[in-house]
Design a protein around this ligand. Structure first.
Ligand SMILES: Cc1cc2nc3c(=O)[nH]c(=O)nc-3n(C[C@H](O)[C@H](O)[C@H](O)COP(=O)(O)OP(=O)(O)OC[C@H]3O[C@@H](n4cnc5c(N)ncnc54)[C@H](O)[C@@H]3O)c2cc1C
Length: 301
């Protein structure tokens, strides 16, 4: 969804690129958006009719059930505290016991630690994403805003918003932001989220928020996920840095990792750009540069 006329122009170029690569992009004007039941404070939009929305919690539980049925043992509330190499094995220490393994896959994304293993130090940037949902919207409220579509969407801002009408007619609205996980920062970002929601969907100014939550997502310096073996750490692999888009990409990466851990050549496309993870400047203090960077990006928006 274009937040400015300039963003819409950029989308035109993007549509040309997608078409050249064999995709079927669709560029919609503001009037066409309204006719599709996607009326908000936007100048137009670009869609590629691929993919669909899902409930990530149900998806996670489905994956866990499928893994358990295949014989996988899952241990919750059992953090790896230390990983040490012992010959060709790794010893993983947890509060409840130790594991011995030939292969270890690190899949901790925005919850990673700089010393698990040391190689990860400063190579990922955890950052927060915050979402809210409203109470179910009544038909007349949907009419008043002109939004009836089930299409999920996000806008073209640097500090982008993502949103969709859920099957039970609650509206989900989220954004990047809130860099530190303190209660004060959390309250601030929730207030900003609500303000932005009311600005983009003015007909719903008086519709209450019933739930809010936040969690960590993860960025890499080259803005591409990392999937592969860790240099200098034989038998150790990782998949992380999905830039807030890990629901599909995490599963894709999981399949690549499963093949790699078994010494097979992955049967999915596995781009070389996903196989390197460079360090951010400022090491452990790297998150301190984010507030001014976010402020600047917000001002540009
Ligand atoms: C509010 C919000 C909205 C989002 N919206 C979308 C969206 O619309 N679409 C999309 O694609 N993605 C979205 N994401 C991002 C998506 O949730 C992530 O990309 C995805 O969950 C990454 O999956 P993962 O399994 O790699 O990591 P996570 O789901 O973050 O799981 C990492 C796990 O590692 C565990 N862990 C950490 N340290 C240890 C340790 N030492 N030992 C053992 N376990 C450990 C953690 O407890 C956690 O369970 C959103 C995220 C948030 C927070």
């Amino acid at each position: 969804m274009a937040h400015s006329p300039r963003a819409l122009q950029k989308m035109q170029h993007e549509a040309d690129d997608i078409a050249r690569d064999g995709g079927t992009p669709l560029l919609l004007t503001k009037d066409q958006l309204a006719a599709e039941g996607l009326n908000g404070e936007f100048y137009g939009a670009l869609t590629t009719p691929v993919g669909f929305g899902l409930n990530p919690r149900k998806y996670l539980f489905g994956l866990a059930r499928a893994a358990s049925a295949a014989g996988v043992q899952l241990f919750q509330n059992s953090p790896a505290q230390k990983i040490t190499a012992e010959g060709s094995h790794h010893i993983i220490t947890t509060p409840a016991g130790t594991l011995r393994s030939d292969q270890v896959i690190i899949a901790t994304n925005g919850y990673s630690s700089d010393d698990l293993p040391d190689w990860l130090s400063a190579r990922y940037m955890p950052t927060q994403s915050t979402a809210m949902v409203t109470r179910p919207l009544r038909d007349e409220e949907l009419q008043a805003q002109g939004w009836f579509s089930d299409q999920m969407a996000y806008d073209s801002r640097n500090m982008l918003h993502y949103f969709r009408l859920m099957p039970d007619r609650r509206f989900l609205f989220g954004m990047r932001g809130g860099l530190l996980s303190s209660p004060r920062v959390e309250q601030g970002i929730r207030r900003k989220l609500r303000r932005d929601f009311e600005r983009l969907f003015p007909a719903w100014k008086n519709v209450e928020t019933t739930h809010s939550w936040s969690g960590m997502v993860c960025l890499s310096r080259n803005l591409v996920p990392f999937v592969g073996p860790l240099p200098d750490n034989p038998g150790m692999l990782a998949g992380l840095c999905y830039h807030g888009n890990g629901v599909a990409m995490g599963s894709y990466s999981g399949r690549l990792l499963a093949d790699l851990a078994q010494g097979k050549t992955p049967d999915l496309p596995y781009s070389p750009v996903m196989q390197g993870l460079s360090r951010f400047p400022f090491g452990r203090a790297r998150r301190m540069v984010m507030p001014p960077a976010y402020a600047l990006l917000g001002m540009m928006d």
